[in-house]
Design a protein around this ligand. Structure first.
Ligand code: NDP
Length: 247
Protein backbone atom coordinates (compact mmCIF):
# COMPACT_ATOMS: atom_id res chain seq x y z
CA UNK A 1 0.00 0.00 0.00
CA UNK A 2 1.13 3.59 -0.61
CA UNK A 3 2.48 5.68 2.24
CA UNK A 4 -0.69 7.67 2.78
CA UNK A 5 0.79 10.03 5.40
CA UNK A 6 4.32 10.48 4.05
CA UNK A 7 5.89 13.63 5.54
CA UNK A 8 2.91 14.42 7.80
CA UNK A 9 3.02 15.03 11.53
CA UNK A 10 0.19 13.76 13.73
CA UNK A 11 -0.67 14.32 17.38
CA UNK A 12 -2.73 11.64 19.12
CA UNK A 13 -4.14 12.30 22.60
CA UNK A 14 -4.46 9.32 24.91
CA UNK A 15 -1.90 7.77 22.57
CA UNK A 16 0.02 5.65 25.08
CA UNK A 17 -2.23 2.60 24.73
CA UNK A 18 -5.37 1.10 23.23
CA UNK A 19 -7.06 2.69 20.23
CA UNK A 20 -4.80 5.78 20.35
CA UNK A 21 -1.60 3.74 20.20
CA UNK A 22 -2.99 1.64 17.36
CA UNK A 23 -3.81 4.81 15.42
CA UNK A 24 -0.25 6.05 16.05
CA UNK A 25 1.24 2.75 14.85
CA UNK A 26 -0.87 2.78 11.70
CA UNK A 27 0.11 6.40 10.98
CA UNK A 28 3.82 5.58 11.42
CA UNK A 29 3.43 2.59 9.07
CA UNK A 30 2.09 5.08 6.53
CA UNK A 31 5.03 7.45 6.80
CA UNK A 32 3.89 9.90 9.50
CA UNK A 33 5.83 11.07 12.52
CA UNK A 34 3.71 11.13 15.65
CA UNK A 35 3.44 12.78 19.04
CA UNK A 36 1.70 10.75 21.74
CA UNK A 37 0.05 12.90 24.41
CA UNK A 38 -1.05 11.09 27.54
CA UNK A 39 -1.68 11.63 31.23
CA UNK A 40 0.96 9.01 31.93
CA UNK A 41 4.23 10.51 30.60
CA UNK A 42 6.34 7.39 31.20
CA UNK A 43 3.88 5.21 29.34
CA UNK A 44 3.67 7.72 26.46
CA UNK A 45 7.48 7.73 26.17
CA UNK A 46 7.69 3.93 26.33
CA UNK A 47 5.06 3.59 23.58
CA UNK A 48 6.88 6.18 21.44
CA UNK A 49 10.07 4.19 21.84
CA UNK A 50 8.23 1.00 20.73
CA UNK A 51 7.04 2.84 17.62
CA UNK A 52 10.63 3.47 16.54
CA UNK A 53 12.05 6.13 18.85
CA UNK A 54 12.88 9.81 18.47
CA UNK A 55 13.07 9.82 14.68
CA UNK A 56 9.40 8.93 14.30
CA UNK A 57 7.64 9.27 17.65
CA UNK A 58 7.84 11.15 20.93
CA UNK A 59 5.72 10.90 24.07
CA UNK A 60 4.66 13.99 25.99
CA UNK A 61 2.61 14.34 29.15
CA UNK A 62 -0.70 16.02 28.45
CA UNK A 63 -3.96 16.30 30.33
CA UNK A 64 -6.44 17.23 27.61
CA UNK A 65 -8.67 19.11 30.06
CA UNK A 66 -5.93 21.77 30.26
CA UNK A 67 -5.73 24.09 27.25
CA UNK A 68 -2.16 24.98 28.25
CA UNK A 69 -1.07 21.34 28.19
CA UNK A 70 -2.75 20.75 24.82
CA UNK A 71 -0.92 23.80 23.45
CA UNK A 72 2.35 22.39 24.83
CA UNK A 73 1.63 19.15 22.97
CA UNK A 74 1.09 21.01 19.71
CA UNK A 75 4.23 23.09 20.29
CA UNK A 76 6.18 19.85 20.85
CA UNK A 77 5.00 18.51 17.48
CA UNK A 78 6.00 21.68 15.68
CA UNK A 79 9.37 22.13 17.41
CA UNK A 80 10.34 18.44 17.10
CA UNK A 81 8.97 17.49 13.68
CA UNK A 82 8.33 20.87 12.03
CA UNK A 83 4.56 20.85 11.44
CA UNK A 84 1.13 19.73 12.59
CA UNK A 85 -1.00 18.09 9.92
CA UNK A 86 -3.28 15.71 11.82
CA UNK A 87 -4.75 15.92 15.32
CA UNK A 88 -6.62 12.97 16.82
CA UNK A 89 -8.79 13.64 19.88
CA UNK A 90 -8.82 10.17 21.39
CA UNK A 91 -8.13 10.51 25.15
CA UNK A 92 -10.95 9.09 27.19
CA UNK A 93 -12.19 7.63 30.44
CA UNK A 94 -15.37 6.05 31.74
CA UNK A 95 -17.02 6.47 35.14
CA UNK A 96 -20.15 4.39 34.63
CA UNK A 97 -23.05 4.48 37.11
CA UNK A 98 -26.79 4.91 36.81
CA UNK A 99 -28.10 8.41 37.51
CA UNK A 100 -29.27 7.23 40.93
CA UNK A 101 -25.66 6.71 42.02
CA UNK A 102 -23.50 8.79 39.68
CA UNK A 103 -21.69 11.58 41.50
CA UNK A 104 -21.60 15.10 40.14
CA UNK A 105 -17.80 14.84 40.10
CA UNK A 106 -17.94 11.78 37.84
CA UNK A 107 -20.35 13.55 35.50
CA UNK A 108 -18.10 16.61 35.34
CA UNK A 109 -14.88 14.64 34.90
CA UNK A 110 -16.14 12.56 31.97
CA UNK A 111 -17.62 15.60 30.21
CA UNK A 112 -14.40 17.50 30.84
CA UNK A 113 -12.05 14.85 29.46
CA UNK A 114 -14.11 13.99 26.37
CA UNK A 115 -15.95 17.16 25.43
CA UNK A 116 -13.75 19.96 26.77
CA UNK A 117 -10.68 17.89 25.84
CA UNK A 118 -11.89 17.51 22.26
CA UNK A 119 -12.78 21.20 22.11
CA UNK A 120 -9.30 22.11 23.33
CA UNK A 121 -7.66 19.82 20.78
CA UNK A 122 -9.86 20.85 17.87
CA UNK A 123 -9.67 24.61 18.37
CA UNK A 124 -5.93 24.74 19.16
CA UNK A 125 -4.99 22.40 16.29
CA UNK A 126 -7.28 24.29 13.91
CA UNK A 127 -5.73 27.62 14.93
CA UNK A 128 -2.38 26.33 13.66
CA UNK A 129 -3.66 24.39 10.63
CA UNK A 130 -5.71 27.29 9.21
CA UNK A 131 -2.51 29.33 8.85
CA UNK A 132 -1.20 26.64 6.51
CA UNK A 133 -4.49 26.10 4.66
CA UNK A 134 -4.65 22.38 5.38
CA UNK A 135 -5.08 19.81 8.12
CA UNK A 136 -7.27 17.02 9.42
CA UNK A 137 -8.84 16.65 12.85
CA UNK A 138 -10.20 13.22 13.81
CA UNK A 139 -12.47 13.02 16.84
CA UNK A 140 -13.15 9.73 18.59
CA UNK A 141 -16.79 9.66 19.67
CA UNK A 142 -18.65 6.43 20.51
CA UNK A 143 -21.75 4.50 19.59
CA UNK A 144 -22.81 5.38 23.14
CA UNK A 145 -23.19 8.96 21.90
CA UNK A 146 -25.54 7.82 19.11
CA UNK A 147 -27.92 5.57 21.01
CA UNK A 148 -27.28 6.29 24.73
CA UNK A 149 -26.22 3.47 27.04
CA UNK A 150 -27.49 2.62 30.53
CA UNK A 151 -25.03 3.80 33.17
CA UNK A 152 -23.42 6.30 30.80
CA UNK A 153 -25.42 9.54 31.06
CA UNK A 154 -22.06 11.30 31.43
CA UNK A 155 -20.24 9.44 28.64
CA UNK A 156 -23.17 9.33 26.18
CA UNK A 157 -23.73 13.08 26.64
CA UNK A 158 -20.06 13.86 26.08
CA UNK A 159 -19.74 11.55 23.07
CA UNK A 160 -22.91 12.99 21.48
CA UNK A 161 -21.54 16.45 22.17
CA UNK A 162 -18.40 15.56 20.23
CA UNK A 163 -20.57 15.02 17.13
CA UNK A 164 -22.10 18.50 17.42
CA UNK A 165 -18.66 19.97 18.04
CA UNK A 166 -17.24 18.12 15.02
CA UNK A 167 -19.94 19.43 12.68
CA UNK A 168 -19.76 23.02 13.95
CA UNK A 169 -15.96 23.04 13.73
CA UNK A 170 -16.11 21.45 10.26
CA UNK A 171 -18.33 24.30 9.05
CA UNK A 172 -16.07 26.93 10.61
CA UNK A 173 -12.88 25.44 9.17
CA UNK A 174 -13.90 24.13 5.73
CA UNK A 175 -12.88 27.24 3.80
CA UNK A 176 -9.49 27.17 5.54
CA UNK A 177 -8.77 23.70 4.15
CA UNK A 178 -9.07 22.03 7.55
CA UNK A 179 -11.33 18.94 7.68
CA UNK A 180 -12.94 17.72 10.92
CA UNK A 181 -14.52 14.25 11.09
CA UNK A 182 -15.58 11.82 13.80
CA UNK A 183 -15.51 8.08 14.39
CA UNK A 184 -18.05 6.19 16.49
CA UNK A 185 -16.51 2.86 17.52
CA UNK A 186 -18.73 0.13 18.91
CA UNK A 187 -17.36 -2.65 21.11
CA UNK A 188 -13.59 -2.64 20.62
CA UNK A 189 -11.16 -4.86 22.52
CA UNK A 190 -9.05 -2.58 24.78
CA UNK A 191 -8.19 -2.00 28.45
CA UNK A 192 -11.36 0.09 28.75
CA UNK A 193 -13.67 -2.71 27.58
CA UNK A 194 -11.75 -5.62 29.09
CA UNK A 195 -12.53 -4.13 32.51
CA UNK A 196 -16.24 -4.75 31.79
CA UNK A 197 -18.17 -7.48 33.68
CA UNK A 198 -18.70 -10.66 31.59
CA UNK A 199 -22.50 -10.18 31.67
CA UNK A 200 -22.24 -6.72 30.13
CA UNK A 201 -19.77 -8.02 27.53
CA UNK A 202 -22.12 -10.88 26.52
CA UNK A 203 -25.12 -8.54 26.25
CA UNK A 204 -23.19 -6.25 23.89
CA UNK A 205 -21.93 -9.16 21.78
CA UNK A 206 -25.54 -10.28 21.23
CA UNK A 207 -26.31 -6.90 19.59
CA UNK A 208 -23.54 -7.10 16.96
CA UNK A 209 -24.65 -8.35 13.51
CA UNK A 210 -21.06 -9.31 12.64
CA UNK A 211 -21.01 -11.40 15.86
CA UNK A 212 -17.56 -10.37 16.98
CA UNK A 213 -15.73 -7.66 18.90
CA UNK A 214 -13.80 -5.06 16.90
CA UNK A 215 -10.03 -4.77 17.10
CA UNK A 216 -8.18 -1.49 17.71
CA UNK A 217 -6.57 -1.73 14.26
CA UNK A 218 -10.02 -1.62 12.66
CA UNK A 219 -10.64 1.80 14.24
CA UNK A 220 -7.10 2.88 13.32
CA UNK A 221 -7.69 2.10 9.63
CA UNK A 222 -10.67 4.48 9.56
CA UNK A 223 -8.63 7.11 11.42
CA UNK A 224 -6.01 6.69 8.68
CA UNK A 225 -8.65 7.25 6.01
CA UNK A 226 -9.81 10.48 7.69
CA UNK A 227 -6.24 11.72 8.20
CA UNK A 228 -5.22 11.08 4.60
CA UNK A 229 -6.15 12.55 1.23
CA UNK A 230 -8.37 9.51 0.60
CA UNK A 231 -11.07 11.52 2.42
CA UNK A 232 -10.19 14.87 0.81
CA UNK A 233 -13.85 15.79 0.09
CA UNK A 234 -15.22 14.71 3.48
CA UNK A 235 -15.79 16.94 6.46
CA UNK A 236 -18.29 16.95 9.32
CA UNK A 237 -18.98 13.23 8.81
CA UNK A 238 -19.35 10.40 11.30
CA UNK A 239 -18.04 6.90 10.56
CA UNK A 240 -19.52 4.03 12.56
CA UNK A 241 -17.00 1.25 13.25
CA UNK A 242 -19.37 -1.14 14.95
CA UNK A 243 -19.78 -4.43 13.05
CA UNK A 244 -23.26 -3.18 12.17
CA UNK A 245 -24.44 -2.66 15.75
CA UNK A 246 -27.22 -0.06 16.08
CA UNK A 247 -26.87 0.90 12.40
P1 NDP B 1 -7.89 3.24 26.97
O1 NDP B 1 -8.35 3.42 28.38
O2 NDP B 1 -7.16 1.99 26.60
O3 NDP B 1 -7.01 4.49 26.52
C1 NDP B 1 -7.38 5.79 26.82
C2 NDP B 1 -6.12 6.62 26.99
O4 NDP B 1 -6.52 7.97 27.28
C3 NDP B 1 -5.26 6.14 28.15
O5 NDP B 1 -3.90 6.08 27.75
C4 NDP B 1 -5.47 7.24 29.19
O6 NDP B 1 -4.34 7.47 30.01
C5 NDP B 1 -5.70 8.45 28.32
N1 NDP B 1 -6.33 9.54 29.05
C6 NDP B 1 -7.34 9.47 29.95
N2 NDP B 1 -7.64 10.69 30.43
C7 NDP B 1 -6.80 11.56 29.82
C8 NDP B 1 -6.59 12.95 29.89
N3 NDP B 1 -7.33 13.73 30.70
N4 NDP B 1 -5.64 13.51 29.11
C9 NDP B 1 -4.88 12.74 28.31
N5 NDP B 1 -5.01 11.41 28.20
C10 NDP B 1 -5.96 10.82 28.96
O7 NDP B 1 -9.21 3.38 26.09
P2 NDP B 1 -9.54 3.05 24.56
O8 NDP B 1 -8.32 2.93 23.76
O9 NDP B 1 -10.52 1.94 24.57
O10 NDP B 1 -10.35 4.36 24.16
C11 NDP B 1 -9.84 5.38 23.32
C12 NDP B 1 -11.01 6.26 22.89
O11 NDP B 1 -11.95 5.48 22.19
C13 NDP B 1 -11.75 6.91 24.04
O12 NDP B 1 -12.14 8.22 23.69
C14 NDP B 1 -12.97 6.02 24.19
O13 NDP B 1 -14.03 6.70 24.81
C15 NDP B 1 -13.24 5.66 22.74
N6 NDP B 1 -14.04 4.49 22.55
C16 NDP B 1 -13.61 3.24 22.94
C17 NDP B 1 -14.40 2.14 22.72
C18 NDP B 1 -13.97 0.77 23.09
O14 NDP B 1 -14.78 -0.16 22.92
N7 NDP B 1 -12.76 0.54 23.56
C19 NDP B 1 -15.70 2.25 22.08
C20 NDP B 1 -16.06 3.59 21.71
C21 NDP B 1 -15.24 4.65 21.93
P3 NDP B 1 -4.19 6.75 31.45
O15 NDP B 1 -4.26 5.29 31.19
O16 NDP B 1 -2.86 7.20 31.93
O17 NDP B 1 -5.33 7.24 32.27
Amino acid sequence: MNQLLEGRVAVITGGAQGIGLSIARTYVEHGARVVLGDLDAASARASASDLGGDEVAIGVRCDVTSADEVQTLIDAAISTFGSLDVFVNNAGITRDATMRTMTEDDFDLVVDVHLKGTWNGTRLAAAHMRQHGSGAVVNISSLSGKVGMVGQTNYSAAKAGIIGLTKAAAKEMAHHGVRVNAIQPGLIRSAMTEAMPQKAWDAKMAEIPMQRVGEVGEVANVALFYASDLSSYMTGTVAEVTGGRFM
